[in-house]
Design a protein around this ligand. Structure first.
Ligand SMILES: CC(C)(COP(=O)(O)OP(=O)(O)OC[C@H]1O[C@@H](n2cnc3c(N)ncnc32)[C@H](O)[C@@H]1OP(=O)(O)O)[C@@H](O)C(=O)NCCC(=O)NCCS
Length: 143
């Protein structure tokens, strides 16, 4: 499996949007708006690949000079539970560190909290709804 940063508008980016749609949006009866995707132009876009096929992905969005937000973490259904998510989160943290960010934050789906806890993310504050499902803020100091 290979990991790499991909570019907005590229062939890989379209693959990523399809994967995110299939794993994160369609099951909730939702889809991406063109504006939402346009807003990702300055984000850091990360894909995991098995040869040409994208198996998982995530997005890093700058929040401030020292903080970045992890978003859109998704692994193909038939590849879940095989270590792809772990590889992606470690790659994303390394990129964030290299770029000088000190904190990584996210809005974690409650169903994924146990996954992020394995990598030392801590829940902060109260539950809230996003895309109509329960989430919590999670945070980690990058060292
Ligand atoms: C959550 C997700 C990204 C994890 O990726 P993955 O490739 O399935 O996870 P991995 O195989 O790398 O698992 C790493 C470890 O986390 C555990 N884990 C994986 N998903 C978990 C979950 N939802 N809750 C608790 N633990 C989880 C695994 O058992 C494994 O533990 P181990 O190291 O003790 O064996 C992936 O399952 C997914 O895309 N889920 C659906 C979409 C989603 O919820 N995205 C997150 C939105 S915030």
């Amino acid at each position: 499996m290979g990991l790499k940063q991909i570019y907005h508008g590229s062939k890989e980016y379209h693959q990523m949007v399809r994967l995110r749609d299939e794993i994160l949006r369609k099951p909730l009866g939702l889809s991406f708006s063109p504006e939402e995707l346009e807003d990702e132009k300055s984000d850091i876009l990360i894909g995991a690949f098995d040869e040409e096929k994208m198996t998982g992905c995530c997005v890093l969005t700058q929040v401030s000079n020292n903080s970045v937000k992890l978003r859109q973490m998704a692994v193909l259904k038939n590849m879940q539970g095989k270590g792809v998510g772990e590889t992606i989160i470690q790659f994303a943290e390394n990129i964030a560190r290299d770029k000088g960010y000190q904190t990584l934050t996210m809005h974690a789906r409650d169903t994924a909290i146990g996954f992020y806890e394995k990598y030392d993310y801590k829940v902060e504050g109260e539950e809230f709804l996003e895309v109509n499902i329960p989430h919590h803020v999670m945070k980690k100091k990058l060292r």
